[in-house]
Design a protein. Structure first.
Length: 80
């Protein structure tokens, strides 16, 4: 991965979009995964051969979502 470190808060209205560029003027192709909101838009560019890295990213996002679900459940149970 080429490097840039940034931080943004995911909000309930965060949007995602996948754009496919199957042939550019120079003959290359890639997929853009955009994650955005009002002030921040992050675009991840993936070329053929990087599908496993995208799957790993998806699994990490799913793991994070499970932890957030558990945190919410723990907070709800603690309030009862």
């Amino acid at each position: 991965m080429k490097s840039l470190t940034t931080s943004a808060h995911v909000e309930p209205d965060t949007t995602t979009r996948v754009d496919v560029f199957d042939h550019t003027g120079r003959g290359g192709c890639f997929v853009s995964l955009r994650i955005g909101g009002d002030l921040v838009d992050i675009a991840l560019i993936a070329r053929p051969g990087t599908a496993e890295a995208m799957r790993t990213l998806a699994r990490a996002a799913d793991d994070a979502a499970r932890v957030l679900d558990q945190m919410a459940a723990d907070t709800t149970e603690g309030a009862a």
